[in-house]
Structure formats: structure tokens, C-alpha cells
Design a protein. Structure first.
Length: 333
């Protein structure tokens, strides 16, 4: 498991052991944050009949995990476990029929006894009708059932759904934490380290399943992302394109997530390229990695501000953010 998820794993393990785990859980994270791996770990733990606990040394936190040996674990490994349902979609949206399939699944008695679990890996593609059908289930949860939703964009879910779920937001690793998790053989060829058995198990899933991000699947949004990226770099490096950037931040619902992603990539690039001794794009432009980290923090704070206020003024938050970024860049040169 990626290091960044350790904290969430410890938190979820604690709630699991104390039996205070919510019956509806949203795991939210941007591209590459490891939300899929975290959800997989949690589902496996919920399914297991004989879970193990291990102390996660640095902070003395106990992390539970599936045993991998019991009848439920063995069935799950071969995809024959009857009490788990994956609500996935090949289409662009997850419809009301899919959710009804989930509701029917929950109404039946569990085959192996313990719990029933449903995983919805792309919760943000639910239609309004589907979301309303799910809402009914969330309002009257059946006993011993767990619904885990994964999304990259909490804003695209109905607030009534979000308010009925426990939300776990994870962020991708940056900086030193990322480096310790990566074995860099050469630039562009990155392998995750497998220092623990858990890491080995999760490597395959940690960085895949990104296809639901609109800029990766939609040509127009991809172009918008590229343009936005250019405006931002222009602003960051040359102090230009401020007006265009601000209007994007105000009008484009993806903009803050994109800012987070761009800065994350710059920081990753810094460490990865640095580790292989190649020229540093960021360093050439005289923006330090410390400044990038500060900017990352400012973006996260703005994002939180906008998400925590229903009537948040994006214009105001955007202006403040650009001012902060400007100050960080100027004081770091
Ligand atoms: Zn087991």
C-alpha cells in the first residue's frame, strides 16, 4: 500500500476494530492518489472471516488486513465470493438499473454470513436518477452491509449522498514521501518499491483506473486542460496570463483539481528528474521545490474553502490564491 494511504488505513482499521465504521464510505482522491488500492484493501478486510492485525511501526498504529487464507478470502481471490458486488459500468454513466441491481443484491441474505459489500468505483458517473435510488438505500441501510464509493470529484456527487457517507480524502504523495516509495530506474520508467508484502499485493492497482478522469477520455476537456496548463505555467514562470487563468478558475469546475494535479506533477518531476541527474525544468525556471510545496498547500486550502462553503465565491478565492502564488514565487527567487 502506498505510504499516503497508511494514515487512512490506520484510521479505518481503528474504526473497523471498534465497530464504528460507517456503512457508506466515500474514498476521494485525485489521479494517482491510490484510492482504488485503499478501497480494495478495505473490501478485502470487510470480507475476511479471520482478519489479521499488524503494527505499522513508525507511529505504532495498528493496521488490519485480510488473512488471505479463510474461505471468504479464497473465494474472493478467484472472484467467486458471493457477497460482494462490483457496480461498474462500461458506459459513460451509471444508471438507475445498476443501482437497483445493487439494492436487490443487498436485500438478499448473505451466503457466507458476515457482511455484504458493494463497490462503486466511479461514483461520479451516476445519473441523477441513480443517485436518488442510491439515496434511498443510504437512508435505510440494511444490516451488515457496506457500500464503498470511489470518486475523483466530490463536487459531482449529490450533496445529499455525500452527507450520508463517511468521506475519506486521500492525496497523492509528493516530495520525499514519494521518493521513498519509488525505485527510479530511469526517467519515465518508474517502478513502485515492494518493500512489504502489502505493497507487493497493491502495486498493480495503485496507479491504474484513471480512465474516468474527463480530461483523459474527452478530447475537448483534454484541450481545455492543456490550455489551462499553459496559462498556469505562464503565470507561474513569467507572471503572465493572470486574467485568463482567473476566469478559468472561476468558470471551469475542473480548475482547482487541475491546479492540484499540475503542481503535483511539477513536484514529482522535480524529484524524479533530480534522482536521475537530468536537467531540471523547474530549477531552470528558478522556482524551488519548497515554493512548489507552498503553492500546493495554498491550492489545497483554496479547494477546501470552496468545498466547505456552498455559496463560496470562486472569484474571491481565485484572486486570493493567485496573489498567494505570486507572493510565494517572488519571495523564493
Ligand atoms: Zn480471510
Amino acid at each position: 500500500m502506498l505510504q499516503i494511504c497508511r494514515k487512512k488505513q490506520a484510521q479505518l482499521s481503528r474504526q473497523y476494530q471498534q465497530r464504528t465504521l460507517a456503512h457508506a464510505i466515500i474514498i476521494q482522491g485525485i489521479e494517482g492518489a491510490g484510492q482504488g488500492a485503499l478501497a480494495k484493501w478495505l473490501i478485502e478486510l470487510l470480507i475476511c472471516q479471520n482478519p489479521l492485525s499488524a503494527i505499522n511501526d513508525p507511529k505504532n498504529e495498528t493496521i488490519s488486513e485480510a488473512c488471505g487464507q479463510c474461505k471468504a478470502c479464497l473465494l474472493r481471490k478467484t472472484d467467486n465470493y458471493p457477497d460482494h458486488l462490483l457496480l461498474n459500468t462500461e458506459n459513460k454513466t451509471l444508471g438507475v438499473d445498476d443501482i437497483r441491481r445493487g439494492n436487490a443484491f443487498l436485500e438478499k441474505t448473505a451466503h457466507l454470513g458476515k457482511v455484504k459489500t458493494i463497490l462503486i468505483p466511479q461514483a461520479q458517473v451516476m445519473t441523477i436518477a441513480a443517485a436518488n435510488a442510491l439515496l434511498k438505500t443510504l437512508e435505510e441501510p440494511s444490516a451488515n452491509s457496506y457500500i464503498v464509493l470511489i470518486t475523483d470529484d466530490l463536487d459531482s456527487l449529490l450533496p445529499t449522498i455525500v452527507s450520508r457517507c463517511a468521506v475519506y480524502a486521500i492525496r497523492p504523495m509528493i516530495g520525499e514521501a514519494l521518493l521513498t516509495q519509488l525505485n527510479v530506474s530511469n526517467y519515465g520508467d518508474i517502478q513502485l518499491s515492494s518493500s512489504s508484502t502489502l505493497a507487493k499485493k497493491e502495486n498493480d492497482t495503485a496507479y491504474i483506473n484513471l480512465s474516468h478522469l474527463p480530461e483523459l477520455t474527452d478530447k475537448i476537456i483534454y484541450q481545455e486542460f492543456q490550455t489551462f496548463n499553459q496559462y498556469f505555467l505562464d503565470y507561474l514562470v513569467n507572471g503572465q496570463s493572470e486574467d485568463k487563468l482567473l476566469s478559468q478558475i472561476v468558470d471551469n469546475k475542473h480548475s482547482l483539481r487541475w491546479l492540484e494535479k499540475i503542481i503535483c506533477n511539477l513536484i514529482r518531476e522535480y524529484y524524479l528528474v533530480n534522482a536521475t541527474g537530468k536537467a531540471l525544468l523547474v530549477a531552470e525556471q528558478q522556482i524551488s521545490v519548497q515554493a512548489l510545496n507552498q503553492i500546493y498547500q495554498a491550492i489545497i486550502n483554496s479547494n477546501k474553502l470552496i468545498k466547505s462553503h456552498i455559496q463560496a465565491n470562486r472569484q474571491f478565492v481565485g484572486e486570493q490564491l493567485l496573489m498567494t502564488i505570486n507572493e510565494i514565487v517572488r519571495s523564493s527567487i
